[in-house]
Ligand binder design. Structure first.
Ligand SMILES: Cc1ncc(COP(=O)(O)OP(=O)(O)O)c(N)n1
Ligand SMILES: Cc1nc(C(=O)O)sc1CCOP(=O)(O)O
Ligand SMILES: [Mg+2]
Length: 376
């Protein structure tokens, strides 16, 4: 397997607050990409193509047209495009260079860990769940497989008549209570949907959801832009009215060990590291693989400099250890035997060693040079 997907990962940055799900069955005959354009103008932050009656070729073509519209609207870096169910179409679209950022799967679809393995570390993987038991199972999954949970149905819905109500709730009030319970126990962002319309947006925000997902309220609306604008505005005003200014978007379960403490925090342990990660058994030319590893390192926010033989890092010990794991798993997740060489230097009381150590050596060489010319 080679790395061909040329776009930066949106896993750490996606905003799930206004999530449009749609396919050709939902748009009253309008081209899907036209409805997506309108919805983007209305402020949706996330798009999923859910085409239950289309074949792979049609799904790939539709994804290409939607990705083009997202790009034309200048939102390729902020609004992810996922495909529902069809890992095959996601893989094929990405292989063609179409910017499909990931897949959404349900409990009976391709397992999420297989999606992660085949899509690699940069893709977004969403998973459906609608009971406390399933949320518990998800919490026990290793970190790094899924990025958010889709929870529903909030109400019965004609779009998916077979959808079970969340926690088998009996009425609207108990659905919202169930969402609140599930959000409270989830370490993953939760997006709630199923019969969601404008009036549900405020209760969902108050229940602690990270967003809503909707098909008919936007894709079926006469004016998708106005419908999306009303829902996104309601979400924003509700979040602003909450005591903490809104809970914001949770991010997927933190990597084991990462603390993200800054140098001014007493828990910060300044660590200088020299890291080399490489695959074996893939031939002589390794730059393509190394580039993927370095991309993850560069996106981490941890100070780094790549040289011909290794990359140097400087930051908090726990953050560096977590990053080493994430960077190594870029290769490991693709099934490559992965070698890691790591050397670390923790020196209490010292900061900015990455440059300071080199400057010191330069100063000594300059000094010695001066002495030598004096002594001549
Ligand atoms: C955001 C979001 N949440 C839940 C679902 C439902 O997915 P799934 O359980 O796979 O059911 P189908 O959509 O395949 O009928 C979703 N698609 N999106
Ligand atoms: C795709 C989907 N999943 C659901 C779930 O409960 O998991 S409900 C649903 C359909 C949502 O469509 P509408 O917004 O038109 O009700
Ligand atoms: Mg599914």
């Amino acid at each position: 397997m080679t790395f061909r997907f040329p776009y930066p990962s949106m896993r750490e940055t996606f905003d799930i607050s206004a999530y449009l799900v749609l396919g050709p069955d939902d748009t009253h005959g309008r081209p899907v990409q036209d409805v997506v354009r309108d919805a983007l103008r209305g402020g949706v932050t996330f798009v999923q193509l859910r085409a239950k009656h289309s074949d792979s070729g049609e799904i790939i073509d539709m994804a290409g047209r939607i990705a083009d519209v997202i790009a034309e609207e200048g939102k390729s870096d902020t609004v992810p495009l996922l495909i529902d169910d069809r890992l095959d179409a996601v893989l094929a679209a990405r292989e063609r260079g179409i910017k499909v950022d990931g897949v959404h799967v349900g409990q009976t679809d391709v397992p999420a860990d297989v999606c992660r393995k085949l899509l690699g570390p940069d893709a977004i993987v969403g998973l459906s769940a609608n009971t406390t038991e399933l949320f518990d199972v998800i919490e026990r999954m290793p970190a790094g497989i899924i990025d958010y949970i889709g929870a529903g149905a909030v109400h019965p819905t004609a779009t998916k008549p077979e959808a079970q109500l969340i926690e088998n709730a009996g009425d609207d009030a108990s659905s919202i209570e169930a969402i609140a319970r599930l959000c409270a126990i989830s370490e993953y962002p939760v997006v709630a949907g199923g019969g969601v319309k404008l009036a549900d947006v405020e209760p969902l925000a108050r229940a602690g959801a990270d967003g809503w997902f909707a098909v008919s309220a936007i894709a079926g609306a006469d004016d998708p832009e106005a419908a999306a604008a009303a829902m996104t505005e309601r979400w924003r005003t509700t979040m602003r009215s909450l005591p903490d200014g809104g809970h914001g978007t949770r991010h997927a379960k933190a990597e084991v060990g990462a603390t993200n403490v800054g140098p001014e925090d007493e828990r910060y342990v300044n660590t200088l590291a020299q890291l080399t990660i490489w695959p074996t058994g893939v031939g002589e030319e390794l730059s393509e693989y190394v580039a993927e590893v370095v991309r993850v390192i560069r996106e981490s926010g941890i100070r780094n400099e790549t040289h011909a033989m290794s990359t140097e890092l400087e930051g908090d010990y726990d953050d560096i250890i977590a990053l080493v794991k994430r960077a190594a798993f870029v290769l490991r997740d693709h099934g490559y035997r992965t070698q890691v060489s790591l050397q670390m230097d923790m020196r209490p009381g010292y900061r900015d060693q990455m440059h300071r150590k080199v400057e010191l050596v330069d100063e000594i060489i300059r000094e010695n040079g001066r002495e030598r010319s004096h002594n001549r």
